[in-house]
Design a protein. Structure first.
Ligand SMILES: C[S@@+](CC[C@H](N)C(=O)[O-])C[C@H]1O[C@@H](n2cnc3c(N)ncnc32)[C@H](O)[C@@H]1O
Length: 383
């Protein structure tokens, strides 16, 4: 069952986070089980339970939602004639009281392959890796701040060669990262004790956007992912960025799914914000909810005109630098950076072909490029 907003009073941003996790896991598991592997390992590295309302069933905790989502995918595929699929759950938690709750939860669910790891994630990496020895591994890393020893975590992620969702705590980082007293812990988080020089050399920007950029650069350097895509989650009551979910993946499909899920979740975020405003003001809104959602997402959501413009710019400049680049390659690279989907990129390439800026052959009988279609910039016309 998807997360229910009633359980998230005052922490609606966690509702959006869980919605994203659920929808992403669902698509990722379908894809994996239909193709590559019969085994899916889900690692909840900072599992909690943490600030839950449903203290009986933990339906508002990530670990319990992951179980429900992945189990429903497994069952649906069994019904479609795919037996032999397996999901492993590996939960890690540092707080002893929370570990006890996780153990109790696991004991009540003997039908699932759950292992609970007690202590810091960074101290349990070998054990968790051994417990995910085959199959595809998805790791959810959801700390409360930036207290993470990233260099060890990066080694773990690189060796597993799966996917991860990293919750970057933007608000906390923004508030504190400029203070010298935390320089050492930020260095651990960035896997770079000498981070301050690079930080200070960066152009103007908020603390959190600069730290995010440094973190992603370090992740790429550590080869934990080919693509790093992210989206912001706002605190709906204050309309401030609270966190950013970063997906690390080696697959172009993962990037496309990320943007598709983002588009859905953005609508829910507007709906949630709107419901809170209505409740707090005691006045009904002037426009219908659907219209408010369309207005807000057209302004800065996935595929809005600003993002289409930005995607077009990147696409055209990349094609001119790398003539003959395959549509699927450029699509993943653009979607990694810009909130657009393949359908938007189809339209962008077709419009620019018509405008004479791009050259490519359309596959027989098709009206959009195929993944293999080679794109080239049009030669400038001499007079
Ligand atoms: C934000 S909460 C996790 C919430 C949970 N993922 C969810 O969405 O329902 C972070 C949790 O990580 C635990 N924690 C903090 N540092 C940790 C570490 N180094 N290793 C494992 N757990 C840690 C905290 O005790 C807390 O329960």
């Amino acid at each position: 069952m998807p997360p229910r907003i009633e359980n998230y009073q005052g922490r609606e941003q966690s509702f959006i986070k869980h919605l994203f996790l659920n929808k992403y896991l669902e698509s990722a598991a379908y894809k994996l089980f239909q193709g590559r592997s019969p085994v899916f390992n889900f690692v909840d590295a900072f599992a909690g339970p943490w600030r839950v309302s449903d203290t009986n069933k933990y339906s508002d905790a990530s670990f319990s939602q992951a179980i429900e989502t992945l189990e429903s995918v497994r069952r649906a595929l069994i019904d479609m004639g795919r037996p032999g699929l397996k999901v492993r759950f590996r939960f890690c938690e540092r707080n002893p009281a929370s570990v006890a709750k996780l153990q109790q939860f696991a004991a009540q669910k003997p039908e699932f392959d759950i292992q609970v790891f007690s202590g810091a994630f960074e101290d349990n990496l070998d054990g968790i890796r051994a417990a995910c020895r085959d199959g595809f591994t998805f790791t959810f890393i959801d700390p409360t701040g930036w207290n993470v020893e990233s260099s060890r975590v990066f080694d773990f992620l690189r060796n597993l060669n799966g996917e991860f969702l990293f919750n970057f705590m933007a608000e906390e980082v923004n508030r504190h990262a400029g203070w010298d007293g935390v320089a050492k812990s930020v260095g651990r988080f960035l896997a770079d004790p000498a981070w301050k020089a690079a930080f200070e050399a960066m152009p103007e920007g908020s603390n959190e956007t600069k730290i995010l950029q440094l973190l992603k650069a370090k992740m790429k350097e550590a080869r934990v992912a080919t693509y790093l895509t992210d989206m912001a989650i706002r605190k709906p009551r204050e309309d401030r960025i609270k966190m950013r979910l970063i997906l690390g993946t080696h697959s172009g499909f993962g990037v496309e799914v990320f943007r598709t899920v983002q588009e859905k979740v953005e609508k829910e975020a507007v709906r949630t914000r709107n419901a809170i405003q209505t409740e707090e003001s005691g006045q009904s809104q002037l426009f219908p909810e659907d219209q408010i959602i369309a207005f807000e997402t057209d302004r800065d959501g996935v595929g809005c005109s600003a993002h289409i413009g930005w995607a077009t710019e990147i696409l055209l400049s990349t094609v001119s630098k790398r003539p003959g680049i395959a549509f699927s390659t450029i699509a993943s690279e653009v979607m990694e950076q810009v909130p657009v989907r393949t359908t938007h990129l189809n339209k962008i390439t077709m419009a620019n072909r018509k405008a004479g800026l791009l050259r490519f052959d359309l596959p027989n009988g098709k009206r959009t490029p195929s993944p293999e279609t080679k794109l080239r910039a049009s030669e400038p016309q001499g007079d």
